[in-house]
Design a protein around this ligand. Structure first.
Ligand SMILES: Nc1ncnc2c1ncn2[C@@H]1O[C@H](COP(=O)(O)OP(=O)(O)OP(=O)(O)O)[C@@H](O)[C@H]1O
Length: 321
């Protein structure tokens, strides 16, 4: 059953350009320009695109904050803008760069407020809170004012707040931005479990392709307000022919490394950048480098979303529309 239905949805903004008082002109920005997709119950879908592509505008329409200029939207069977208050009980929202928690209050008090606002029955509230506290390791933080939490702790706190009322749909906007490796891993594990065990439908907006790889079976790519790709993650890699980069530090400067299936894209003293197909494991390449060259250190860089989209446009695949 489709939980999110989007049919030829559009949203424009009128912006004024120029700086003279009399010479200002109006211009129409088509932030979302004829978007059509459906998300089934229990799916976890990555929603990606470059800055200004229309992702936030889409999510704002799906939560009922913005009214579409045209088209048809349904979330959990209702029109979000017309039934915003009713829909609030069915959805959870987490913005990586903002918090819904009360800044000066201990975490526990923000949860208590959510309990009252959403009128969550006691037993359900207890069970959900216990689950979040355990999985997100929040026990020691419940009595700490939010302003004293680190970014990673606050994000875990925000995730719990978004899920206490058992929403059927969860919108996540950059949930791992700025987090250290440990917090990022914890957040991803929690999201994976929530999606799997609770069948929570997740729409995940991120610039971090690792989030998508670890969580989403399907990915939608938006650019200039239109979907340019919608399909399984493998399709993104195939369409973008995306590459990851192995950055190696050798013991000393060395001529460019030569290995089959690898492009050495940059050499700077003892450091070299080796591009390889994103769908391949890095392990055999690391082993091959270590065997033949004096390897001191290494890291793997994921492809930037902008690069993947640029490759889609370069004609590596037929866009979705
Ligand atoms: N309230 C607004 N008034 C005017 N223009 C807007 C408004 N909101 C968004 N836009 C414009 O609509 C387009 C899409 O913006 P949107 O915020 O949806 O992009 P995004 O994909 O979320 O980008 P980012 O990754 O930077 O968050 C941009 O050109 C933006 O400038």
């Amino acid at each position: 059953m489709a939980v999110i239905e989007v049919e030829d949805v559009r949203r424009s903004f009128t912006v004024r350009t120029g700086n003279g008082r009399w010479r200002r002109e109006k211009r129409e920005v088509r932030a979302v320009d004829g978007l059509t997709f459906q998300v089934e119950e229990g799916e976890c879908v990555g929603y990606i695109g470059p800055n200004g592509a229309g992702k936030s505008t889409t999510v704002k329409m799906l939560t009922g904050i913005l009214v579409p200029s045209g088209g048809r939207l349904r979330v959990a069977g209702v029109d979000p803008a017309a039934r915003r208050a009713a829909l609030a009980r069915r959805i959870g929202v987490v913005f990586g760069q903002r918090t819904t928690l009360w800044w000066d209050l201990p975490l526990r008090d923000s949860y208590e407020l959510a309990r009252r606002i959403y009128r969550i029955p006691d037993a359900r509230y207890r069970a959900n809170l216990d689950r979040c506290v355990e999985l997100l390791d929040l026990g020691a933080l419940l009595d700490t004012p939010v302003r004293q939490l680190s970014l990673g702790q606050r994000m875990r706190g925000d995730l719990a707040a978004a899920l206490l009322h058992d929403p059927s749909v969860l919108y996540l906007d950059e949930p791992t931005i700025g987090l250290d490796v440990i917090s990022r891993t914890k957040v991803r594990e929690f999201l994976r479990e929530t999606n799997r065990d609770r069948r929570t439908t997740v729409l995940l907006t991120t610039h971090d392709l690792t989030d998508i790889e670890q969580l989403c079976g399907r990915v939608m790519v938006i650019d200039h307000g239109r979907l340019v790709l919608d399909g399984p993650l493998e399709q993104l890699h195939a369409a973008g022919e995306s590459e990851r980069t192995l950055v190696v530090d050798l013991a000393a400067a060395h001529p460019p490394i030569e290995l089959p299936g690898v492009r050495t894209v940059k050499v700077e003293g003892p450091r070299q950048w080796l591009a390889f197909p994103a769908r391949q494991s890095a392990a055999p390449l690391v082993a091959a480098v270590a065997e033949r060259y004096p390897l001191v250190d290494l890291s793997v860089r994921e492809p930037a979303i902008e690069d993947v989209i640029a490759r889609i446009y370069a004609g590596a695949a037929e866009p979705a529309r």
